[in-house]
Design a protein around this ligand. Structure first.
Ligand SMILES: *Cc1c(COP(=O)(O)O)cnc(C)c1O
Length: 392
């Protein structure tokens, strides 16, 4: 491994050592445990005196390859792989927070993260406050003496609001608060939160990292001391990622850069085209001049991302009619797939929020979110054009 390899090369070439079979592509290690050479090696492994594999709940070569690659792409020291993005998030909270601690969270977070914060962490005496993603003044004021961690998503889902990570990490550092960033929407190809001072970078690998809608997986990476605590918690509570899924996800990373280039180019093209459509009230895409945070987006992100949101005229019925009129795009709750996906947050992913809460996170009744896939952009646009014509 060369330390000056570029992103694409690290994503391809950072793999585990070959076995005596001289395989070109890393093999799959489906084994629950690993054999000790002698009693002394077993003792030393359990005492953490030497590195090595013991049991797949603790570590496995496929999981280590995936984590090593993501650390090299994110610029972080160490990490663990988990069975899902939610397992990564809950393991992080469970490992680092205790009763009495407080979390500061960006208002618009993934639905299950919201459930953990509101329904599960209170059982352990851990509280949280939501801060508005675009109103920077509210953040500093919301940090309390017992605030231990700040957890944010940028860009947010589905309103694609951004947080200035450089600014926020400065605040967190000065107040001794751990900054954790859910980097699922951007992937390390577009945005490396650790470069802007974030401590922990968390992924749902299910999305763009898998990229083909096959597996569930998660990763949390960060500095060695925090990961040591997270690894202890994971080792004994068991959210380990399956080696099979780790093997898939590590191979997926080999194509992350080319896929993201295409996802982003298509999403950006769609955003520009949607702005010209009479059926569309507003288009949200971080690299559009009409996005209020375009300047920050271009500073913090390499490209505008694979998601584009827009508001159709006619509210809820028009949004639903749009979804029902698509013939190629998939109507599903996932994102980051090779297949383009359309979602209507007000009637699906965010339907459990009150109308007022939805509006507070930028979800108007006619909002539609598109995850641009890898089909030809002309075909994606044609399907959207037909569905837009149907709501006129
Ligand atoms: C999907 C998603 C998650 C949860 O990940 P799973 O792999 O489904 O558990 C967390 N955060 C964001 C931003 C997501 O999109």
């Amino acid at each position: 491994m060369s330390s000056n390899w570029r992103f694409e090369t690290r994503a391809v070439r950072n793999q585990i050592a070959r076995t005596e079979n001289r395989e070109h592509s890393a093999p799959l290690y489906l084994t629950s445990s690993f054999v000790f050479e002698d009693a002394e090696q077993a003792r030393a492994l359990f005492a953490d005196e030497i590195p090595g594999t013991i049991y797949t709940r603790f570590s496995n070569p496929n999981n280590s390859e995936l984590v090593g690659k993501i650390c090299s792409l994110e610029g972080t020291e160490d990490g663990i792989a988990t069975a899902s993005g939610m397992a990564a998030i809950f393991t992080t909270f469970g490992a680092l927070l205790k009763a009495g601690d407080h979390l500061l969270v960006s208002r618009s977070v993934f639905g299950s993260t919201h459930q953990i914060l509101t329904q599960i962490l209170p059982k352990f005496g851990i509280s949280h406050t939501y801060a508005d993603i675009t109103s920077l003044e509210t953040w500093e004021a919301a940090i309390r003496p017992e605030t231990r961690m700040c957890f944010v998503e940028t860009p947010s889902n589905p309103a694609l609001d951004l947080i200035d990570l450089d600014w926020l990490s400065g605040i967190c550092r000065s107040r001794n608060v751990i900054l954790a960033v859910d980097n699922c929407f951007a992937t390390p190809y577009l945005q490396q939160p650790a470069k802007w001072g974030a401590d922990l970078v968390i992924h749902s690998a299910t999305k763009f990292i898998d990229g083909q809608g096959r597996t569930i997986g998660g990763v949390v990476t960060g500095p060695k001391d925090l990961i040591r605590e997270i690894r202890f918690f994971a080792r004994h509570t068991g959210p380990a990622l399956s080696p099979f899924n780790a093997w898939i996800l590590s191979k997926s990373l080999e194509t992350l850069a080319v896929r993201m280039d295409r996802h982003c180019a298509t999403a950006h093209e769609l955003a520009l085209w949607l702005e010209t459509r009479p059926e569309v009230e507003r288009v949200i895409y971080p690299f559009l001049p009409s996005h209020p945070q375009e300047k920050l987006a271009r500073k913090q992100m390499k490209l505008g991302g694979g998601l584009v949101s827009f508001v159709v005229k006619g509210g809820l019925p028009a949004g639903r009619r749009f979804l029902d009129s698509l013939t190629m795009l998939s109507h599903t709750a996932n994102l980051g797939d090779s297949r383009s996906i359309a979602t209507h947050p007000a009637s699906t992913t965010h339907s459990k929020l009150s109308e007022a809460d939805r509006l507070a996170v930028g979800i108007s009744p006619g909002l539609v979110r598109i995850s641009a896939g890898l089909e030809h952009p002309v075909d994606i646009q044609a399907d959207i054009a037909t569905a837009l014509a149907a709501i006129r």
